[in-house]
Design a protein around this ligand. Structure first.
Ligand code: RIB
Ligand code: CA
Length: 313
């Protein structure tokens, strides 16, 4: 079967970096048409730079990287340096990228690509705030029907919030954008904290990355060491949730994930629960299902896939 054509929309972030590396290491499964950066974990100037650093680390300088939105649709940007560090990729020392940033705006790239590629052939993979996706849908509503699937990392139900008691970071940063995307009618598959909190980077997993003996393995181990300190302290867990690679792993091995097709709506008015993904997991309303909301994964299979694929780079 031909690889799936994808656009990854990202706010690197150490976990975004692992997701990008997994995609770039899997050409038989995914063809990365482009990477669009969005403001999120750190400001846009850093997320677009970090995306290029990751492409160079993977030796994939031909993959075009675009800068998208520098701020949410309506709100002031909230960043997460407390989790990812000042650069967004704290852990190892990284050289500035040499590969160029594309001149075209990331939102333009999303619109043009969906217009140019055959309908139903391009999958959008947002792993940061949904600002770029919402802007593309607002700019060119006709592209919504051409999207094969949106597979996103964001939201939570049983795990509730990680940036507030009620909201997960990607949704919280731009709830209006998330509302546009979840109401768009495009096929959506959600990787919420309910799944990613079961994908913990335990010591044996990190040792497996380091044991690769490659630059990529060393980087991923150092990123993980840095990234997990926050979550281990907060949750008292034995590792940190490796959120974003779940999106790419789903494209490669969907069978390691399970969930339900349910209604998911976004809180955009209450300050108390702003950005909450109100997921009707138990079907207590007659709201129409609009998303495949994942609830579980085979964590061993997930890390085996990650280790096998990253060792290729
Ligand atoms: O809440 C986790 C999400 O927020 C991940 O995508 C992480 O990279 C941050 O963007
Ligand atoms: Ca992210």
């Amino acid at each position: 079967m031909a690889p799936r054509k994808i656009i990854i929309d990202t706010d690197p972030g150490q976990d975004d970096a692992v997701a990008l590396l997994l995609a770039l290491a899997s050409p038989e499964d995914v063809e990365v048409l482009g990477i669009t950066a969005v403001a999120g974990n750190v400001p846009l100037a850093l997320t677009q730079k970090n995306a290029r650093i990751i492409c160079e680390l993977a030796g994939k300088l031909e993959v075009p990287v675009f800068a998208g939105a520098a701020a949410p649709l309506e709100r002031t940007l909230v960043t997460a340096e407390h989790v990812h560090g000042k650069t967004g990729l704290d852990g190892p020392v990284l050289a500035d990228p040499k590969m160029p940033l594309q001149r075209q705006h990331g939102v333009e790239f999303i619109v043009e690509t969906l217009r140019a590629e055959p309908p139903g052939s391009v999958t959008l993979c947002p792993i940061g705030p949904l600002t770029n996706i919402a802007l593309a849908f607002q700019k060119a509503p006709e592209i919504v029907g051409r999207v094969a699937e949106i597979v996103l990392m964001g939201g939570a139900y049983f795990e509730v919030g990680n940036i507030t008691p009620a909201a997960e970071f990607n949704i919280y940063v731009d709830p209006e954008a998330a509302d546009i995307v979840f109401k768009s009618g495009a096929p959506i598959t959600v990787m919420p904290l309910d799944v990613t909190h079961k994908a913990l980077t335990t010591a044996p997993h990190v040792a497996g990355f380091r044991a690769m003996g490659t630059e990529v393995g060393r980087m991923v181990a150092e990123w993980t060491d840095f990234f997990e300190r926050f979550d281990k302290e907060k949750y008292g867990s034995e590792g940190a949730p490796l959120h974003d690679p779940c999106v790419i792993a789903y494209l490669i091995r969907p069978e390691i994930f399970s969930g339900r097709r349910i209604n998911v709506e976004i809180e955009t008015t209450s300050e108390l629960t702003l950005g909450m993904t109100v997921a009707d997991w138990w079907g207590v309303t007659d709201r129409p299902a609009n998303a495949m909301f994942m609830g579980d994964l085979d964590a061993d299979a997930y890390f085996a896939l990650l280790t096998e694929r990253l060792a290729r780079l």
